[in-house]
Design a protein around this ligand. Sequence first.
Ligand SMILES: Cc1cc2nc3c(=O)[nH]c(=O)nc-3n(C[C@H](O)[C@H](O)[C@H](O)COP(=O)(O)OP(=O)(O)OC[C@H]3O[C@@H](n4cnc5c(N)ncnc54)[C@H](O)[C@@H]3O)c2cc1C
Length: 256
Amino acid sequence: MERRTLLGRLSWQLGEVVATRPETARTKSITLDLPGWRGHRAGQHVDVRLTAEDGYRAERSYSIASPPEEAPRVTLTVERLDDGEVSPYLTEELRVGDKLELRGPIGGYFVWEAEMGGPLLLVAGGSGIVPLMAMLRHRAAAESTVATRLLYSSRSLEEVIYRDELDRLVKRSAMLAVAQTLTRAQPPGWTGYSRRIDLQMLREVAWPVAQRPLTFVCGPTPFVETAAAILVELGHEPARIKTERFGPTGEKHDGE
Ligand SMILES: Cc1cc2nc3c(=O)[nH]c(=O)nc-3n(C[C@H](O)[C@H](O)[C@H](O)COP(=O)(O)OP(=O)(O)OC[C@H]3O[C@@H](n4cnc5c(N)ncnc54)[C@H](O)[C@@H]3O)c2cc1C
């Protein structure tokens, strides 16, 4: 469906900020209460709209981090870009009790529901973990035992979003494995990967091609393109590799 047609049907609604939580030095989770929320599926996003006093408006897309099971509460996790227009406001200025205008849920392609099965391969770069976290949280809430592997690339340990929660999810589910790579700085004794995602790493972490995993890749555009190209090179079916690019809003991304 045309994005314009779809968005025409979605109306803007006001959510009240009921909680905020720093995840890392640069990222914050914002939980909104949305009384009119029609529910969402893990992997979908919303558009957020800010209006200045002079009427100037800026709109950006943010993935939903919370699972459908938490509706009508919806949590977003936003990374602050220092020279950005919207993300510094959301991470630094927005307070509990404030109202935020948004519309959604948007996107029917980059979604996973427990009934879709697996095995599941999730590949995240930086804040690209957000929609994949919604999938992992949904998997846990639905008590799904779908065999799942996450490969998560961050610059440093301090920049790993949801670090403790990922550890807890792994402890809770024998069918979930998380592999991490830290591309810029590694703490002493680090046992994970220490480089950008490459063919050898994906060969080691991804499910064997014969198991026909369902794959979701999310992150900055170059990260997503590299990871998806490697997976295809390894022999994975392109139709089972779904991608979401967190480029600047307005740029074309899959799922629209
Ligand atoms: C479907 C979708 C889902 C998204 N989900 C999330 C999410 O869950 N969490 C999140 O933090 N962001 C997410 N984004 C990115 C988000 O929409 C904004 O692009 C981001 O917050 C920057 O907005 P800004 O107004 O602060 O910066 P802008 O004023 O738009 O840009 C400031 C500068 O940063 C560059 N820039 C803009 N966006 C990015 C980016 N994503 N990465 C690197 N450089 C960039 C611009 O080119 C510019 O130089 C998502 C994007 C899409 C398309």
